[in-house]
Design a protein around this ligand. Structure first.
Ligand SMILES: NC(=O)c1ccc[n+]([C@@H]2O[C@H](COP(=O)([O-])OP(=O)(O)OC[C@H]3O[C@@H](n4cnc5c(N)ncnc54)[C@H](O)[C@@H]3O)[C@@H](O)[C@H]2O)c1
Length: 334
């Protein structure tokens, strides 16, 4: 049976890595019928709207999408379309796993961490304004709710159980942000005893960053609010070789959107040298979500073999292959 999936190639390196990911999925004979739609800067330039109704309708109908990165203009310009998707479909879970790859040289071996980021609340509430006429001051409202905190923390513990993980570390700043981060921490302390077989640990965000750099092996599943989770997952990607290798899943109760952790990489866009692995690994998360574990494993094994061989790698991994050459090497290893 063919599965209809919405594909948003995205901005910057998005179309290059999306083409690569689709090529591998096709070579692996995964029966997908892509429904391609635009969003972000590409849609803004084309039709003057960064969030076209047709794109939303397609995701709503198919319930699943693979998405390339989207540009969010800095300071001025339209608001983040990524946030709009997450809010619109209530994709409250942002799952960001990081695992070491044999053949990719890094400071540490055997990293196996999972960041579970709350994806709809806190400082990404979208409520912000200038509070004086000449931009002398501004405020952004951080909204954290009991319901939002409890559902993501519970999801993190359930994920730990399902995946035979041992420990959940909740990351917060409740010493300073007593109300918002405090509410999140209290939810964690309330829920943790419901999971007696999972060790519960809490860390203040500043210490957490230092601990992750010095001794990442002490962590397992990490759960945090939106902004901290966003930053921590870029940090954890750096532990295993960088953003070119970091996948993610945005999930709610009805819809899921899979995308790489990285952005549009404007510094290398259009040069054909982007690493498509993060999006390809995101596609594997998508196949697992669709209970097509065999196909996901087949693609992952080919990808891991390509890293291990170390002959055809993109420049971010100290190789000199193009996106296409790397893609062909993965396909050869299928
Ligand atoms: N989910 C998303 O759509 C998403 C996520 C993050 C940033 N962004 C957007 O992307 C734009 C640029 O952000 P940024 O420069 O801070 O972050 P970025 O992730 O685009 O790039 C950071 C660095 O990592 C490198 N990099 C990223 N992905 C790579 C890949 N696949 N292969 C090789 N190298 C890669 C880039 O070349 C750059 O040096 C901004 O507009 C931002 O809003 C979008």
């Amino acid at each position: 049976m063919t599965i209809k999936i919405t594909l948003i190639p995205g901005d910057g390196i998005g179309p290059e890595i999306s083409e690569a990911a689709c090529k591998v999925l096709e070579a692996a004979k995964v029966p997908i019928d892509w429904e391609t739609h635009i969003a972000g800067q590409t849609a803004f330039d084309k039709i003057g709207n960064p969030l076209p109704e047709k794109t939303l309708e397609s995701i709503q109908k198919n319930k699943i999408a693979l998405k390339g990165p989207l540009k969010t203009p800095t300071i001025e310009g339209f608001k983040s379309i990524n946030l709009a998707f997450r809010k619109h479909f209530d994709l409250y879970v942002n799952l960001r796993p990081t695992k070491s790859f044999e053949g990719v040289p890094t400071r540490y071996n055997n990293i196996d961490l999972v960041v579970v980021r709350e994806n709809t609340e806190e400082l990404y509430s979208g409520i912000e304004r200038y509070t004086s006429p000449n931009k002398e001051s501004a405020e952004t409202v951080s909204v954290v709710t009991k319901k939002g905190s409890e559902r993501i923390i519970r999801w993190a513990f359930d994920y730990a159980i399902r995946n035979k993980r041992k420990k959940v570390t909740l990351v917060h700043k409740a010493n300073i942000l007593k109300a918002t981060s405090g509410l999140f921490l209290e939810a964690g302390r309330r829920i943790a005893p419901e999971y007696p077989n999972i060790e519960f640990d809490e860390k203040i965000i500043d210490n957490m960053c230092m601990q992750l750099v010095i001794n990442p092996h002490q962590f397992d599943v990490i759960v945090s609010t939106n902004l901290f989770g966003d930053i921590l997952s870029d940090l954890t990607s750096g532990l295993v070789g960088g953003l070119g290798l970091a996948p993610s899943a945005n999930m709610g109760h009805k819809v899921a959107i899979f995308e790489s952790v990285h952005g549009i990489a404007p510094d290398i866009a259009g040069r054909g040298i982007a690493n498509p692995s993060a999006l390809l690994l995101s596609a594997c998360l998508m196949l697992n979500y669709l209970q097509m574990e065999k196909a996901a494993q087949k693609i992952k094994t080919a990808l891991l073999k390509t890293f291990k061989e170390g002959k055809v790698l993109t420049p971010d991994l100290k190789g000199n292959a193009s996106t296409l050459q790397f893609t062909d090497a993965v396909i050869k290893n299928l």
